[in-house]
Design a protein around this ligand. Sequence first.
Ligand code: LLP
Length: 404
Amino acid sequence: MNYKKKNYLIEGIRANQIVKKYKTPSYCYSYKRIRENINFFKKNFQKINPLTCFAVKANPNRAILKEIGKLGMGADVVSIGELMKAIKSGIKVNKIVFSGVGKTFKEIEYAINKKILLINAESKSEIITIEKIARSKNRKVNVGIRLNPNIDAKTLKQISTGKKENKFGVSEKNFLNLANYVKSSKNLNLKCLSVHIGSQILEIKPYIKMLNVLDKVIKKANHNFEYIDLGGGFGINYGNNNIKLNLRKYSESIKKFLKGKESKIIFEPGRSIIGNAGALLSKVIYIKEGFKKDFVILDAAMNDLIRPALYNANHRIIPAIKNNSKSKKIYEFVGPICESTDKFSSVKNFQRLKENDIIIICDVGAYGMSLSSNYNLRPKPCEILIKNSKIQIINKRQNLRDLI
Ligand code: LLP
């Protein structure tokens, strides 16, 4: 995914060429980039040999899940829908973990029937529900308990999950009580301690703090956890920072932490696997003169990619074909939706654009399409996967007629 001469290419295919055939807005993913990300992840954590479960919420496209599964990953799911899709995509049930604070009776029953690896419970009521279903089926079900370690992940407050004011996990005191409860149950197997402190984490410090908390809690629980699920959250470079999370250093800290324990580590990365492997291709509908800037009105909007509106997230915007000009005014890239937050970014010194030009919104593979909606009755974009320079439509553009 880069320029060759003046053209932006995705696995050797010109973005402009893709758009000619498949129109805009379109999500386009590079298989090669996904594979590179997975290999990079594996290499960094090689020494601890973890089970890596892709967080399906980041991108639940079936073709993508299939490829990720083929590359050896399991799945972290948070709903019956994600669980069904992971299984349908060929991900082995013994590599699937189920997270979330509000799993319903039906969801838990389905997970138990499918014999997935772990249900990571987040409350006493949930554990009692799991036990009830397990008893009715005369089964012994593997559970994990999610700890809230009360740690600041130093990320956006909207995507921080490990502080005591967050709804996720249970306090240390409740964890220890619940662990005893599970240990004494005939129908539950206490297999895992799980934790996930937040997303888009770029510093290693919060993770190290988390490991220290876990170490203490595990000692107090006096239990040999077969799995320790450390969640996901690995941040990526969206182009506005040069900080890179040092995975190798994290791996070394985990190795130290594992000394004297017989536990296998589970990870649940989402963004770091698929984030930079996706681009949103969009066309300039109009350029409108504003007061101090020009509005570049795109055919992609906040319904297609809500991260800028929701989290003030910054996604780089680049032209599909470079030229050597420079716009005199600031360009504000916006969508056509009737909300002032339907805005992607403001850019100084962008090359001069004209109507019908194609631009690319970068690093949208994670939480892009999965957070899209039909707001303003706009059909969702199509999704394209490029693998070995071949284009595959992996999700058709939604049909307007169906929406109406
Ligand atoms: N495991 C659990 C239990 C999670 O809640 C999450 C993400 C993950 C794993 C994967 O985290 P990742 O490695 O992708 O950071 N919509 C937001 C992100 C929300 C993340 C929610 N949980 C965004 O667009 O930034």
